[in-house]
Design a protein around this ligand. Structure first.
Ligand SMILES: Cc1ncc(C[n+]2csc(CCOP(=O)(O)OP(=O)(O)O)c2C)c(N)n1
Length: 639
């Protein structure tokens, strides 16, 4: 053994190093890995409970399987911190989620051990199955393919699609269901109830133990073992006719449930499963936050991603707020929806698995029969909302901008084509921040703007959000309405202003100028306002229109802008290709104006993770970037 006892983790730079350990040392390795994660996240922040819950699984997987030759796919990837630390990224782990540092999710470009890039949930089964089919095709028969998926992620439709396909393939794919009864919030739906039933059923567990005993004895016997396993399974199936196994009925061999924190047992089981070909599923029961008291006993939702905390006391550090008075947009959404729902009994709230993140939990608490968490099921959330709208109800379907990408067809096919007035509230629009490119809400302006029967709006501050929501619940004919707003704080403290209707397609003229006007869409308009203030101090008058709508455009304001200003800047926290600025250019061309236009927004490349302001700066549309553009444009005039 080359690894010396004592500090084990410090000597592990790759899974190959782990394989030099005696199995008896794995418990200690788990302990060290767990503490490393606690030490790191408590200081630098990030996702927490999920990684602690899979420490034993992570160690067992890398101990048993031959990664990176074997393909290990983590679903969502927020639980892969242990994986990153064991695969050569221990010493750089303090840069996790920091601008220029490691990604918070597995990422192919970052490491050969990251078999598949993730961030959005429920993709692991399909990806691992694709890899398994490829290996077969390429005659790489020794390769293993493993998908680790949580019970929350398994509620996503694509996970079912993957299992449905896997069940009729003879590919070598192992699905590990990491069942901790939690999504970010408590998991929901019938599958969750089923998993609880199967975990607690005495009959099932007794039989299962018998199978495992047999497996333990037989696994070294290769092919003949497989035949016997099949017979035993068939025996189980007939005995459990009254309680047929969901996964077995999809033709996946089901093993478990097993204790996901018993690393030695996991090693034995995974070694056994390695020798059983074909699609199979291992059901592991784990505890989110395992091994850290405050997380295990406290609120699992809070400890999903708690921010920094005192690891001794478990006290979560409060963020020093730059603007202590301004609430978060998401909280304004949550409170406003309840306020509106109290006076309009047709309003219904919908979230696909983000009740805390979106603040729909406020309505779920106050009006449980009128607010729905539908699981990680964006497609369903949209079509469910469409169904509600057909019956005259007024759905407010809150989906993060990047997750809405999942439900694009539903928006077109089920909402727009049928002229249904569904309201979409797109949270986390623009740069998401530390979660990075998988979570940036970069595309929604462009992908919604091209749809008939779709209104695209964005508030510049909290009371504008309230007024847009107020407007959204007023009767209107057959158009969907999307209201996009960013993650985090707004700008004003007195947001609980009386509701005012906003005329659809009407912007606001905030400031008149001389030569140059900034047309902004959404919260980033506040950068523009700051630049106007700065320039005013130098007696340079810049016009500023908060357009509010990317569709329909306020044509009156645009005619004014192009008739009066030779220079126009468009500003948005969304992709430049096809976004708000593109809409303005279309207007200019269609109306034969010839102003000089500069478009500021998200460029046509993948922007990595970092604080929102760092990414705005990188892309040149923070206040300094806008000022630079203004100066450039005006200097051109003075030449
Ligand atoms: C398509 C999509 N919708 C929503 C999310 C937000 N999200 C991240 S983790 C998570 C919960 C995942 O639960 P589970 O798979 O059980 O993993 P656990 O955190 O419990 O280990 C959710 C809803 C996402 N990543 N992708």
């Amino acid at each position: 053994m080359l690894i010396t006892p004592g500090k084990l983790l410090a000597q592990i730079n790759s899974p190959a190093d782990m394989k030099k350990l005696d199995q008896a040392q794995l418990v200690q390795l788990c302990d060290e890995l767990r503490h490393f994660i606690i030490d790191n996240v408590s200081v630098y922040g990030g996702h927490f409970g999920a990684s602690l819950g899979v420490v034993e699984l992570t160690v067992a997987l890398h101990y048993v399987f031959n990664t990176p030759h074997d393909q290990l796919v983590w679903d969502v990837g927020h639980q892969a911190y242990g994986h990153k630390i064991l695969t050569g990224r221990r010493d750089s782990f303090h840069t996790n989620r920091v601008y220029g540092g490691l990604s918070g999710f597995p990422k192919r470009a970052e490491s050969e051990y990251d078999a598949f890039g993730v961030g959005h949930s429920s993709t692991s089964v399909s990806a691992a199955l694709g890899m398994a089919v490829a290996s077969k095709y390429l005659h790489q028969n020794d390769k293993q393919h493993i998908a680790v998926i949580g019970d929350g992620a398994m509620t996503g439709g694509i996970a079912f699609e993957g299992m449905n396909h896997a069940g009729v393939s003879d590919s070598n794919v192992l699905i590990i269901l990491n069942d901790n009864c939690m999504s970010i919030d408590p998991n929901v739906g019938a599958l969750k109830d089923y998993l609880t039933d199967i975990t607690t059923s005495r009959t099932y567990n007794k039989l299962k133990d018998e199978v495992w005993n047999l497996l333990g004895k037989l696994s070294n016997f290769g092919k003949s073992a497989q035949e016997i396993v099949s017979k035993v399974e068939n025996g189980i199936k007939s005995t459990l006719l009254s309680q047929s196994n969901f996964f077995e009925s999809l033709n996946l061999r089901y093993f478990g449930p097993v204790d996901g924190h018993d690393v030695n047992h996991l090693v034995t089981i995974l070694n056994d499963l390695k020798n059983i070909n074909g699609p199979k599923i291992l059901h592991c029961v784990t505890v989110k936050g395992k091994g850290y008291g405050p997380a295990e006993q406290g609120n699992a939702t809070t400890w999903h991603a708690p921010g920094t905390f005192d690891k001794i006391t478990g006290e979560i550090h409060k963020k020093v707020q730059e603007k202590p008075q301004a609430p978060k947009y998401q909280d304004v959404f949550g409170h406003t929806l309840v306020e509106l729902a109290k006076t309009n009994d047709k309003i219904i709230g919908i979230t696909p698995a983000m009740p805390s993140g979106s603040s729909l939990n406020i309505m779920m608490k106050e009006m449980p029969d009128r607010a729905f968490d539908v699981g990680i099921a964006e497609q369903h959330a949209v079509t469910f909302s469409a169904g509600l709208a057909t019956q005259g109800l007024i759905p407010f379907c809150n989906i993060y901008s990047s997750f809405m990408q999942r439900a694009y067809d539903q928006v077109i096919h089920d909402v727009c084509i049928q002229n249904l007035p569904v309201n979409f509230c797109l949270d986390r629009a623009g740069f998401a921040g530390a979660d990075g490119p998988t979570h940036h809400g970069a595309y929604d302006i462009a992908y919604f703007r091209c749809l008939p029967n779709m209104i695209v709006a964005s508030p510049m501050n909290e009371s504008e959000l309230r007024n847009l929501m107020f407007t959204a619940q007023l009767p209107r004919e057959g158009q969907a309405l999307s209201i996009r707003y960013p993650r985090g704080q707004g700008v004003i403290s007195s947001w609980r202003t009386p509701f005012e209707e906003i005329k659809i397609g009407k912007g606001r003229k905030l400031r008149a100028g001389d030569e140059l006007v900034i047309l902004s869409f959404g919260h980033v308009g506040n950068y523009a306002a700051e630049v106007c203030e700065r320039m005013a101090k130098h007696n340079i008058r810049i016009g500023h229109f908060d357009m509010r709508f990317a569709k329909p455009l306020d044509e009156e304001l645009l005619h004014e802008a192009f008739a009066q200003y030779g220079k126009v800047i468009t500003l948005e926290d969304g992709c430049l290709q096809g976004g708000f600025g593109s809409a303005v250019l279309e207007f200019m061309a269609d109306n034969n104006y010839q102003s000089e236009v500069r478009r500021l927004g998200i460029p046509d490349r993948i922007v990595e993770h970092g604080e929102q302001f760092e990414l705005h700066r990188e892309c040149g549309f923070d206040a300094d970037g806008i000022e630079r553009t203004v100066v450039e444009m005006l200097e051109l005039v003075s030449k």
